[in-house]
Design a protein around this ligand. Structure first.
Ligand SMILES: [Zn+2]
Length: 102
C-alpha cells in the first residue's frame, strides 16, 4: 500500500484519515487585444518563431498553463488558506474584465 504524506509537513496520513486535495491552476489569459507591433510584423513573426524554436517545450507550456495537485493534512490546509488571505492584495475586478475570464 502506498503511504500518503502531507505535501507541506510530510506527516503520514493514514488510510481513512482526514486529508484534503488542493488543486491549483494558472493559465495565461487573453483579453482579445494585441499590442501594435512597432516594426515590420512579418519580420517580428519570424523572430518570434525563431525564439520559440530555441525555447524548450516545458518552458513554453509552463508559460501558458500550470497545474499542481497537493494532498494536505487539515492543519496545513488551514494554514494554506490563511496564508492566501493574509498575503492577498484585494483585487478589484470590474465587470468588463470579469467577463473576459473564462
Ligand atoms: Zn501537513
Amino acid at each position: 500500500m502506498n503511504k500518503i504524506r502531507c505535501y507541506s509537513c510530510a506527516r503520514d496520513l493514514q488510510e481513512g484519515s482526514l486529508k484534503y486535495v488542493v488543486e491549483i491552476k494558472s493559465y495565461a489569459d487573453f483579453d482579445g487585444f494585441l499590442e501594435d507591433y512597432p516594426g515590420d510584423v512579418e519580420l517580428g513573426m519570424v523572430e518570434l518563431l525563431k525564439e520559440l524554436e530555441d525555447t524548450d517545450q516545458k518552458t513554453l507550456e509552463d508559460d501558458v498553463y500550470q497545474e499542481m495537485v497537493l494532498i494536505l493534512c487539515k492543519a496545513c490546509r488551514d494554514k494554506f488558506y490563511k496564508g492566501l488571505l493574509d498575503t492577498a492584495v484585494p483585487i478589484s475586478v470590474d465587470r468588463e474584465l470579469k467577463d473576459t475570464i473564462h
